[in-house]
Design a protein around this ligand. Structure first.
Ligand code: GLA
Length: 740
């Protein structure tokens, strides 16, 4: 038995079983008698081998590998696998499709060797979970598989984080042969369940209404979600959960898969002929085809796996902790982000330097800490039909150099941030006039326009370098402490005029690598710059972007009530610290809804907090409310940022009242809790509503900070807390309780 001090990864040479242990889970696989790597088990911790779960029967139309000889009971069509491949007898959704130089498809991977080491592997050029030097308890397992006929090897990578209850996976495919091959699909992880009934929980949406919760049974047939839009997309998020049929927020087995990638992806959930369930996620879906020359390697983006035997809340906590501390980087990972004011919904393109200063002055007087100058400050960008690609300050519009404006804003005690959209170009721009071939377009065809704009070919290093140079000149010209990185259309017309022979199936992955390379350079050159990701709001809200930008504008929909639903769905896989959320004007610009100022603040405080409205147009009462909100946000920040987030209402809580949206932040030591309530319905003479709190200390008493009332922790969790009766539509409450 080989093992390391913490025993997180063990290998038993006699059985060929690998056991990966976290505090709350065991993951087992076996290099079996044929050298096939079979998946055995993922779930609650166990202390023995789980190979007894494998069953061997002669099953009609389920073929047997040649080297199984006359054994008709051994079939890859039925056995659970770790990294199933296409073409050699597994007819389910597989992880790898390889096209050989002779046009044949298929490979047959067998165990060759493995190694175990302390620390977490890196993925060059790709975002990945990292360990911190202070805490380093992670371990890495590499398993090398080889095609039975040679010419191809696959190294499976596993990172085990015992305290986080997380296992990461990736795979490196190498062409060890003599001819060019094509990878037609590479899924980064596969989870096979030999029995049980599972639901797929996924987060679908559209622009301005992202990440809606959908739970459906995984039945016979394949359920496929993903993106073909070049970004991870508003439509489907690359975070999914397979949950035991009866699992809820507090009970049951749940498995998460978070794909650490910001481009196209495919996730397949399938129940097979023998009622087994398979879940895979990675690159594929018809748009992917990666040429691999002899000696070259391809690295699959990472997947973060997590298991909770205590329902969805605990699963979310695993992802929150992992993303917040082991994916996000930079100084703003741990310190409060400045409360910001963004001018977009206040002015759109219609502003001058003086108007921006007026907004900054008013905001700074109320306690706002940073002004973000949104779209329209560069080139001839007075509307959305022009200017993208010309990242030169429009000094005429600003009334002088950017540095003057920034100095004045800094003089108010505020930081300054700026909007950009580096991946895009307008046809009406100097950049496009000089380099029309830098935008994606199919040969001989006019490209599809979206928001009047075209997409720059970020698969070409010279394009990336040019935009990088332009942005650095702006960033170097003034004290800019925040950058909003936007991306406002879906990609199509995928063709690289550079014609380097890669083929269109490789361009979009190379595009994402170009984007990551750019963001990595920015992070290194400006280590203190706070970057906020954005893609028409939350069109690229994924763990990959969080590696470069610790917060992402969650949605272009700033309506407080719609945001409750968007942020609810987002909370399953992402921490509150990742959610960009602003208080905006009413009637709301997206929905026309009118909500109280207080409610807009309560909703925005479940995120990186800010404002996006003309503060000179609000009432005195609202002004006082803004001051209080900012003070409250500072006071509650440690609880919001580092506390455990619990969903107390919502579609996954059928036991809960639907008339109220409720969520809660609980300090890690359970000494404090902030309960947030927003009334969604108003009726005459309504029945009383109670909300059951979570995560408190059963035997402790908790005291309401404002009323002084004392409540037994056990009662708050079992019987609940009475919700005040609303007196106006969409009224909200924040109740702060401390352990007495
Ligand atoms: C996108 C963003 C908005 C705003 C506009 C500017 O839609 O999501 O927040 O920055 O672009 O054009």
């Amino acid at each position: 038995m080989e093992d390391l001090p913490h025993m997180a990864i063990q290998f038993d040479v006699t059985t060929g079983i690998f056991s990966l242990e976290t505090n709350g889970s065991t993951y087992q696989m076996q290099a079996d008698r044929h050298g096939c790597l079979l998946h055995l088990y993922y779930g609650a911790p166990i202390n023995g081998p789980a190979d007894y779960l494998l069953t061997f029967y002669d099953r009609g139309f389920s073929g047997n590998p040649y080297d199984a000889g006359t054994d008709r009971t051994y079939s890859l069509d039925a056995l659970p696998q770790e990294f199933p491949v296409w073409g050699t007898g597994d007819y389910r959704s597989t992880c790898l499709t390889v096209k050989r130089p002779d046009g044949s498809c298929g490979c047959d991977l067998r165990y060759k060797s493995h190694s175990i080491r302390s620390g977490k592997y890196d993925l060059p050029g790709l975002p990945a979970v990292y360990d911190t030097a202070e805490q380093c308890t992670s371990q890495t397992l590499e398993i090398e598989l080889e095609d039975i006929c040679g010419g191809l090897s696959v190294t499976l990578l596993y990172g085990v984080f015992p305290e986080l209850d997380v296992i990461t996976r990736s795979a490196v495919v190498k062409n060890t042969g003599t001819g060019n091959i094509f990878l037609e699909a590479v899924q980064s992880a596969c989870l096979d369940f030999v029995g049980g009934e599972y639901d797929l929980i996924q987060f679908y949406g559209r622009h301005a209404m992202e990440r809606n919760y959908q739970r459906s049974p995984i039945l016979h047939g394949a359920m496929v979600i993903g993106s073909r839009r070049g970004t991870s997309s508003h439509q489907y998020n690359p975070f999914v959960i397979a949950s035991e049929r009866g699992a809820n927020e507090d009970h049951g087995d749940c498995y998460g898969m978070s794909f650490v990638y910001s481009g196209n992806f495919t996730c397949t959930a399938e129940r097979d002929q023998y009622d087994q369930t398979r879940l895979t996620i990675g690159l594929s879906g018809g748009q992917f085809s990666w040429p691999l020359a002899p000696g070259e390697c391809f690295t699959a983006p990472e997947v973060i796996l997590s298991y909770s035997g205590r329902g969805l809340a605990a699963l979310s906590h695993n992802y929150h902790r992992t993303l917040r501390r082991h994916v996000c980087r930079g100084k703003y990972r741990d310190i409060p982000r400045p409360v910001l004011i963004n001018n977009w919904e206040a002015t759109y393109f219609d502003f001058t330097g003086d108007k921006i200063l007026e907004i900054a002055r008013r905001a700074s007087g109320l306690g706002v800490e940073m002004l973000v100058l949104d779209d329209g400050w560069f080139g001839k960008r007075d509307n959305d039909s022009k200017g993208l690609g010309d990242w030169q300050v429009n000094e005429e519009k600003l009334g002088g150099p950017l540095s003057n404006l920034v100095e004045t804003i800094n003089g108010l005690g505020m930081k300054f941030g700026i909007w950009t959209e580096p991946e895009m170009v307008s046809e009406d721009s100097d950049l496009y006039r000089a380099h029309p071939d830098w935008a994606f377009a199919l040969p001989g065809r006019k490209p599809v326009r979206s928001r009047h704009q075209l997409v720059l070919d970020f698969s070409r290093p010279e394009v990336v370098d040019h935009i990088y140079g332009q942005l650095c000149r702006v960033l170097d010209s003034a004290n800019i402490e925040y950058l909003k990185w936007d991306m406002n259309r879906s990609i199509c017309d995928v063709w690289s005029a550079a014609g380097d022979g890669y083929g269109c199936g490789a361009i979009l992955h190379r595009y994402v690598l170009g984007l990551y390379g750019f963001l990595e350079r920015l992070n290194r050159r400006y280590p203190d710059l706070l970057i906020e990701g954005c893609s028409g709001g939350g069109g690229r809200f994924d763990a990959g972007m969080l590696y470069y930008a610790p917060q992402i504008w969650c949605s272009d929909n700033t309506d407080a009530v719609d945001r409750l639903f968007i942020q609810y769905g987002t909370s399953f896989g992402y921490p509150v610290s990742a959610v960009g959320s602003h208080v905006s004007a009413v009637p709301n610009h997206q929905t026309g809804r009118i909500t109280p100022m207080k409610t807009r603040g309560v909703a925005a405080m479940a995120g990186s907090f800010g404002y996006e409205l003309d503060l000179s147009k609000i009432t005195e009462e609202e002004t006082a409310c803004v001051r209080r909100q900012i003070a409250d946000f500072h006071k509650f920040w440690p609880l919001i940022h580092d506390g455990d987030y619990y969903r107390l209402s919502g579609p996954s809580r059928p036991d809960c009242q639907r008339a109220v949206a409720a969520w809660e932040f609980v300090a890690q030591d359970r000494s404090e809790v902030l309960v947030n309530l927003v009334s969604l319905e108003c009726h005459g003479n309504p029945p009383d509503l109670y909300v059951k709190l979570k995560g408190l200390e059963q035997a402790a008493l908790y005291q309401d900070e404002s009323s002084g009332s004392l409540y037994p922790g056990g009662a708050l969790m079992t019987a609940g807390l009475p919700i005040p009766r609303p007196t106006v539509e969409y009224e909200s409450w924040q109740i702060h309780l401390r352990r007495a």
